[in-house]
Design a protein around this ligand. Structure first.
Ligand SMILES: [Zn+2]
Ligand SMILES: [Zn+2]
Length: 337
C-alpha cells in the first residue's frame, strides 16, 4: 500500500472534496452536478446543486432554507443503507450534530473512508446519536481542535440558565443560539430539565423549530417574542440569533440578561468581548477529547483534517503514529455551525 492510495480516488478540486470513481462532491462550497451533503448548515449545504444525496431531514432543511437554490434533483437516503454510486458504495451514518446530520462512508476496492462532517458524541435529544464507523481513512472536522476545548455537560449549562431565571424573575433572559440545531437543542434541554413555561422566539428561529416538530421532535409551547407583551417577557426565556442579542431588537425586552449558547463560550474573553453576561458552553461539535478519542476508535491509519484548527490535531495524529494531512477547503470559516 502506497501512502498515496487515498489521494488517487479522493481529490480536492475548486469546489471541494471530490470522489472521481463515484462522480460526486461531498459538501462542495460551489454548485455542482452531483453532491452528497452531510447536513443543512449553510457552510455545508450550498445552493445551486443539481443532484443531491442526503438524509430526508437534510433535504427538507435545504428545501426550506435555500428556496430557488434548493437541489433540483434531491435523493433521500436512510442511514445505514448502502448505495452503489458509480464504482463506489456510499452509506450514511448519524453524526449527532443536528437533525439529519450524517457521516459519509465511501467504500472503494476494499478501502473504507469516512467523512465525519460536523459531529459530536454527547447526547442530544433532538437528533440521532453519532455512530462509530470503522475505517481506513477518517476525514474529520476540527472546529474545536484545541485541548482547551472541553465542552462538559450541556445539562449543567441549562441548569445555570434556570438558576439565573429563578434569581432574576423580573428580567428577560435572552439566549443567543444558532437557528438550526442549537436553538432546538437548548429548548429540548430546557424541557428535559422540567421547564414547562412558554419559550419565546425571535422570528428568525421559528421556521427551523417548525421543521424539527414536523420530524417528531417536540419542543413544547413556543411563542413569538415580537408580539408578546412586555409583562409576559419578565422572567421569560427568549431565544434569538446571536446577531440579535446585541442589537436594538433585544432592547425592547425587560432588562435582559444576555446569554449565548456556544462552544466558544469556553473562552471567557470572547464572552466578555461580546458583552455576554451568562455564557453557556453548549456545543454541537466534538471537543478535543471527543475528536482524539474518535480518531482512535475508528481504527483509521490515516486522518485528514478539515474545517478549523488543524495544527494541534495534526500534531496529535502524528504522535499516535498515524499519517495526518490538512485538507485545505475553501468556504469553511471560523464558525460554530
Ligand atoms: Zn454544522
Ligand atoms: Zn460546519
Amino acid at each position: 500500500m502506497t501512502p498515496e492510495r487515498f489521494e488517487s480516488w479522493l481529490k480536492v478540486d475548486r469546489k471541494g472534496l471530490y470522489c472521481p470513481p463515484g462522480g460526486f462532491h461531498i459538501d462542495p462550497h460551489g454548485a455542482v452536478r452531483r453532491a452528497i451533503v452531510t447536513h443543512g448548515h449553510s457552510d455545508h449545504a450550498r445552493p445551486g446543486h443539481d443532484a443531491v444525496l442526503a438524509t430526508k431531514e437534510t433535504l427538507a432543511i435545504m428545501g426550506a432554507r435555500l428556496g430557488e437554490g434548493a437541489p433540483r434533483r434531491p435523493q433521500a437516503t436512510a442511514c445505514g443503507e448502502p448505495l452503489a454510486i458509480g464504482d463506489v458504495t456510499v452509506t450514511l451514518f448519524p453524526a449527532g450534530h443536528v437533525l439529519g446530520s450524517a457521516q459519509v462512508l465511501i467504500e472503494y476496492k476494499g478501502t473504507r473512508v469516512v467523512i465525519s462532517g460536523d459531529y459530536k458524541r454527547s447526547a442530544d435529544p433532538t437528533c440521532a446519536p453519532f455512530a462509530l464507523v470503522p475505517c481506513d481513512l477518517f476525514i474529520t472536522e476540527a472546529t474545536f481542535a484545541l485541548p482547551v476545548f472541553q465542552h462538559g455537560d450541556a445539562r449543567a449549562e441549562v441548569a445555570k440558565l434556570l438558576t439565573s431565571v429563578e434569581q432574576f424573575p423580573e428580567r428577560a433572559h435572552v439566549v443567543g443560539a444558532y437557528g438550526l440545531g442549537k436553538t432546538q437543542r437548548v429548548i429540548a434541554l430546557l424541557r428535559e430539565a422540567g421547564y414547562e413555561r412558554p419559550i419565546y422566539l425571535h422570528g428568525a428561529l421559528q421556521a427551523c423549530c417548525d421543521l424539527y416538530e414536523s420530524f417528531g421532535v417536540s419542543l413544547g409551547v413556543l411563542l413569538p417574542a415580537t408580539s408578546a407583551k412586555r409583562d409576559d417577557l419578565e422572567g421569560a426565556i427568549v431565544l434569538a440569533p446571536p446577531s440579535a442579542i446585541a442589537d436594538r431588537w433585544s432592547r425592547r425586552l425587560p432588562d435582559p440578561v444576555t446569554a449565548f449558547a456556544s462552544g466558544w463560550m469556553r473562552v471567557r474573553a470572547r464572552a466578555r468581548q461580546q458583552g455576554i453576561e451568562l455564557p453557556l458552553v453548549i456545543s454541537d461539535h466534538a471537543d478535543w477529547r471527543e475528536l482524539t478519542e474518535t480518531i482512535t476508535e475508528t481504527g483509521a491509519e490515516e486522518v485528514w483534517v478539515t474545517h478549523g484548527r488543524e495544527d494541534a490535531l495534526l500534531h496529535h495524529i502524528e504522535t499516535t503514529g498515524r499519517r495526518g494531512r490538512a485538507l485545505a477547503l475553501i468556504g469553511r470559516e471560523d464558525e460554530d455551525p
